[in-house]
Write a protein that binds this ligand. Sequence first.
Ligand SMILES: Cc1cc2nc3c(=O)[nH]c(=O)nc-3n(C[C@H](O)[C@H](O)[C@H](O)COP(=O)(O)OP(=O)(O)OC[C@H]3O[C@@H](n4cnc5c(N)ncnc54)[C@H](O)[C@@H]3O)c2cc1C
Length: 430
Amino acid sequence: MKKEIVVLGAGFGGIKAAFILHKCLKRLSLLDKYEIVLVDKNTYHTYTPTLYEAATTSKDIANQIKLKNIVTFPLKTAFQGREVVLLNKKIKELDLVGGDIHFGDGGKLKFDYLVIALGSETNYFDIAGLEENSLTLKTFMDAIKIRDAIWDKVDAGAKKIKIVIGGGGSTGVELAGEIQSWTCQLDKELKNCKTAVKIIEGQPTILPGFDEKVIKKVTKRLKKIGVEILLGEFIEKVEPNKIYLKSKQLENFDILIWTGGVKASRLTGALPLRKDEKGKQIAVKEKMECLPQTDDLKLYGKIYGIGDAVCCYYAETGKPVPKIAEVAIQQAKIAAHNIIEDIKLSEKIISVPKYKKYRPKISEFPYIIPIGGKYAIAKFGSVVISGFLGWVLKGLVELYYILLNVFPPYQAIKIWLKGLLIFIKNDRLG
Ligand SMILES: Cc1cc2nc3c(=O)[nH]c(=O)nc-3n(C[C@H](O)[C@H](O)[C@H](O)COP(=O)(O)OP(=O)(O)OC[C@H]3O[C@@H](n4cnc5c(N)ncnc54)[C@H](O)[C@@H]3O)c2cc1C
């Protein structure tokens, strides 16, 4: 019987891990002894960096089917010609002591090696009425719901649609900019703008934790394109069309979009694994291996955790590593390498494994924040670039750091070009 290497989640981390595992096992001629299984509740991968644009693309530029083809990619195509079993199932429960993965349909699967790459969930922080009265932006359907909510109001003849975005992190500010550039003519005066967009952020600044220079530039740009920013205000309660703030101020809204945080999924949060200091997210060690919650607990097989599902810290500052695609990809490389070392050891190909360690460095990746139209603020090392050049760099960085790192070159370039051809046209309500 083949040994099972099961990768849970076909996000950036899971896909990258499955690709590397396949390549290495093929090279070692071990695919007849080991089977790689990639499990996801969807048959496709969601390319999150284009979700903002999908949420703000007019129907006559791209209908839902066309947009889905740009933002999501069938796993079958990505793994064509590779011996990776794709299992389209929703995971209901993980038994890490017995070694079983339980699915929503009642079935189960045993693992020998496990990679947990299940991403994160929106965190509503138990704010009364928030989940029921807001939209969010994590999946393709979330993007479509935002687009339709704005579009329905425009169609109904609304003169000014009040959109509140809860959370001024990168998702919140990028979405605010995209909505504003979609519904207003940014190159003209903002008089005919169909929306009034307001960001509400609890911290004293938007983009908490980002570089000061970037925060200043993003704030200036948002204000210039008509986005209102309310800082240091916490949402306490939400009712239909009404937000109660901690300061007792009341905010009305037509559409509320919550981008205020993510948390471990219910599934991973409940696992008997060592967690971060708040006891919520899986804390992994440098080898990306998960450790049992208590020393006397014996886990089944070898278990690794990567990406948004886990928590890692910078050695220099003790601060958490950001939850971004590049990090998930890097961690996938480490976990896959270490699994292969374990396999080489048990197959007696080597006698001493050469494990790799994940040692994140601050400012390792350039980051780029698009803010409305073909305008972005980019930070490369200590250099900050803004404007059209920043927007061009965003496309190139996505291609180089994410797409080419996850997908084979031909597929990566096709995915990139398909998005570019549509999103280059989406600066107008059509
Ligand atoms: C709007 C938005 C924009 C972003 N833009 C960028 C960007 O420009 N650059 C960047 O680097 N990062 C960006 N990110 C962050 C990036 O998407 C994440 O950091 C990255 O997706 C994490 O990868 P992952 O593999 O850990 O998890 P994910 O990519 O979230 O994948 C998790 C997978 O697990 C599956 N899954 C979850 N639960 C179950 C279950 N119970 N059963 C079966 N399958 C399940 C999901 O379907 C999903 O496919 C963005 C995120 C958002 C929301």
